[in-house]
Design a protein around this ligand. Structure first.
Ligand code: UD1
Ligand code: UDP
Length: 386
């Protein structure tokens, strides 16, 4: 059988991390069958949102970097589509893998499906049921342009069925006859793989930040709904600062540049006060291994990130979600994550409750067996054998 050429498309931080699971599985088990062409749209370009992951997670440098950068949704997505189309016509891959729900995902799905290259969507079927989120539109459109859809959770698989996807479809699979799978989550694969490596850096990393295990709370904020709405951002941060003071616990905040830009431009006084506080540590984005260390050693996690919510579960930490809804609904049903929106009362109540109850919570295996990447690659190989 000739090698299958896969175009592996990344653009934003979490996609580079996700792609590392697929790249690793290709290297270790599928190198004979699969050739990977790695394409970076350039949606994320700062060293700490992009390059750092290539070095640390041992992913080879992108074969193409489209250098698209930041822009409004229309301009950014259209520049990506143009660039991806050119690469597709030059490389003529057998299929294109897209991850998650960013503008890079949407651009890849549209460019590839319109040129009739099969799209493989990893993290298919997730829904927040809130179409004001750009990610929700990106997910729905990408799913409906895909040929193989790999759902990470039961809820995601059910969402696809509810939208008319049929698990019983038989090959040959096409955009008109797509196949859906329940696979588990490749980010669970990654957490298992990288947790041991991260541990080697633990002592040095935590001591450099003057953090003690179980004596700090990890906080990330980057969603447009929180960063672009100055009232929400202020409400969240003022509430968290007062909770830190009340409980004498440190909050470590590796913030996305978007959050820092908003704080500096819209809330400069608050930003300065937070930087002056002994209990608040706003730091630049950290590497994935460092992030794992922060997650594993934190007492609790507060976030609006999809990836970080799940990692709270992988590392058995309660999680406060600074959103109205989540795609990872099993976490909320399980009671280990709670949705608080940006409501000061709810943030305070859940913070004070979860900080005490963390030892008694249970974390069932929602996200597969740590071998989702192998499962996915095996199905891709089977598709081209058939
Ligand atoms: C994007 C995704 C979001 C995902 C997140 C992961 C979309 C619509 N959103 O959000 O779903 O959760 O990535 O982190 O695709 N910026 C920098 N440096 C960079 C990149 C961005 O400073 O390297 C700043 C720019 O001011 C830019 C802003 O962040 O305008 C937003 O970047 P963008 O890529 O549009 O969206 P994210 O918020 O990163
Ligand atoms: N992450 C990281 N460093 C950071 C913040 C996040 O390595 O400073 C990782 C995190 O562990 C997770 C992923 O990036 O695997 C989540 O990305 P992000 O929160 O940007 O986006 P989302 O998952 O919400 O799309």
């Amino acid at each position: 059988m000739p090698q299958i050429k896969i175009l592996n498309l990344v653009g934003a931080r979490p996609q580079i991390i996700k792609a590392s699971a697929i790249s690793r599985a290709i290297r270790t088990g599928f190198a004979e069958h699969i050739k990977e062409v790695l394409v970076h749209t350039g949606q994320h370009y700062d060293k700490e949102l992009s390059e750092i992951f290539f070095d640390e997670l041992e992913i080879h440098k992108p074969d193409y970097n489209l250098g698209v950068g930041s822009a409004g949704h229309g301009k950014q997505t259209s520049m990506m589509i143009t660039g991806i189309e050119e690469v597709l016509l030059k490389e003529r891959p057998d299929c294109v893998i897209v991850y998650g729900d960013t503008n890079s995902t949407l651009a890849g799905s549209l460019a590839a499906s319109k040129l009739h290259f099969p799209v493989i969507h990893i993290e298919a079927g997730l829904r927040s049921f809130n179409k004001t989120m750009p990610e929700e539109l990106n997910r729905i459109m990408s799913d409906h342009a895909s040929t193989l859809l790999f759902a990470p959770t039961n809820a995601a698989f059910k969402n696809l069925m509810n939208e008319g996807f049929r698990p019983e479809n038989s090959p040959p699979y096409t955009i008109n006859n797509p196949k859906i799978y329940l696979t588990g989550d490749i980010m669970y694969d990654n957490s298992l793989f990288f947790a041991g490596l991260a541990n080697r850096k633990k002592r040095k990393f935590l001591s450099e930040l003057a953090l003690e295990s179980d004596r700090f709370i990890l906080t990330t904020i980057h969603r447009d709904a929180n960063t672009d709405d100055v009232n929400r951002l202020k409400q969240i941060l003022v509430t968290l600062r007062s909770l830190a003071e009340k409980t004498d616990i440190t909050l470590v905040m590796p913030f996305h540049p978007r959050t820092i830009i908003s704080l500096k431009s819209k809330l400069p006084d608050l930003y300065e006060e937070l930087c002056d506080s002994d209990l608040i540590k706003i730091i630049p984005p950290v590497s994935f291994l460092e992030m794992i260390l922060l997650e594993k050693n934190s007492r609790m996690i507060i976030t609006d990130s999809g990836g970080v919510q799940k990692e709270s579960h992988f590392f058995k930490k309660p999680c406060i979600i600074l959103r109205k809804e989540t795609e990872w609904i099993e976490l909320v049903i399980n009671g280990t994550s709670v949705l608080v929106d940006a409501d000061p009362d709810r943030i305070s109540t859940e913070f004070l409750r979860l900080i005490e109850s963390h030892a008694t919570l249970e974390y069932p295996a929602f996200y597969g067996n740590g071998k989702a990447a192998e499962f996915i690659l095996n199905e891709i190989v089977l598709m081209f054998e058939k």
